[in-house]
Ligand binder design. Structure first.
Ligand code: NAP
Length: 279
């Protein structure tokens, strides 16, 4: 059998756990594309050289994951999303240059659109808990959607303050202890920390303080239904989970590398859920 015409990969260290090959493999199959999506385990010291030889290795682009996302930004020509989030997770060749973006921004927004259509029309104030890479991607997505007031609460307050400084007056830093005070005016609540992940403590806040009609989202996807999302669902709030964010963030990369804008499907989601349960 001849080698596939178009190939992409996810570069990480370690990377064996990545769900991306399954996720992109599903679309390659669905759209009948003669392509491949592989994992490439690359140590930090070798990353720059690997990226430099991406084309000669037969790749049209790649996802980049921990610990290479900052280096990917520095070694490529980033778009506004990657620059503003401060890390890049997707690279591709365009006009002879290696370009980069951060697709967590559209992953976060795409998951919200799917779970709660019209959420942006109803959101005057959002509260993002967490000021790391995922928190920055969420905040930038909310700014792009025109949300007027975005509070960012972080365990380390200085990180929230830096983020607010970077993004300007619509973003307001908050102390961790202020979360309870902010909840009653938050039309959207997002967990962008590891809290709630298997093996971690839950994010300890009282969703009953949220206004009626609020939307609650979580970037954690192991478990699929975090304690936060379970509590929110029990109160009748619309919820958006981290697996949908993972699925929607993959759309742009696939389109850039393989030339088809793919659709996230229920069958694909079920396949990934089955995989998460198995591990
Ligand atoms: P990061 O840059 O390391 O940031 C971690 C964030 O979590 C920081 O705000 C940190 O606060 C906070 N945090 C960690 N432990 C905490 C604790 N015990 N109590 C309170 N806050 C705590 O990581 P990241 O890149 O933003 O990723 C965060 C999580 O999102 C990871 O679990 C990642 O797998 C997940 N993620 C999911 C998707 C998706 O597609 N669903 C996409 C990207 C990331 P401090 O600043 O105080 O340390």
């Amino acid at each position: 059998m001849s080698a596939p015409k178009t190939a992409a990969c996810v570069i990480g260290w370690p990377v064996k756990h990545s769900r991306s090959p399954k996720l992109h493999g599903y679309w390659l199959n669905r759209y009948g594309i003669d392509g491949a999506y592989r994992t490439e385990e690359v140590a930090p010291a070798d990353f720059a050289a690997f990226l430099g030889s991406l084309q000669s290795k037969g790749y049209v682009g790649a996802n980049v994951t921990i610990p290479h996302k900052e280096a990917a930004l520095a070694l490529t020509k980033p778009d506004a999303r990657a620059r503003n989030v401060g890390v890049a997770n997707t690279v591709w060749f365009e006009d002879g240059e290696l370009r980069s973006t951060n697709t967590d921004v559209e992953g976060f927004i795409g998951a919200l659109d799917a779970a709660a259509p019209g959420w942006d029309q109803r959101t005057r104030t959002a509260l993002v808990v967490g000021a790391g890479g995922a928190g920055r991607a969420a905040v930038y997505g909310l700014i792009e959607r025109g949300i007027k007031t975005i509070y960012v609460a972080n365990r380390t307050y200085e990180r929230a303050a830096e983020l607010a400084d970077h993004f300007g007056p619509s973003v307001k830093p908050a102390q961790w202890a202020d979360i309870a005070t902010l909840l009653p005016a938050s039309d959207l609540l997002t967990n962008a920390t590891q809290l709630g992940m298997d093996g971690q403590l839950p994010l300890d806040l009282d969703v009953r303080l949220l206004p009626s009609g609020a939307v609650v989202s979580d970037i954690v996807y192991v478990p699929l239904k975090t304690p936060l999302l379970a509590a929110a669902e029990a109160r009748g709030f619309a919820t958006s989970n981290g697996l949908d964010m993972l699925l929607y963030q993959a759309v742009r990369g696939f389109e850039l590398w393989f030339g088809v804008r793919p659709e996230v499907t229920a069958e694909q989601r079920a396949m990934l859920v089955a995989d998460l349960v198995k591990r």
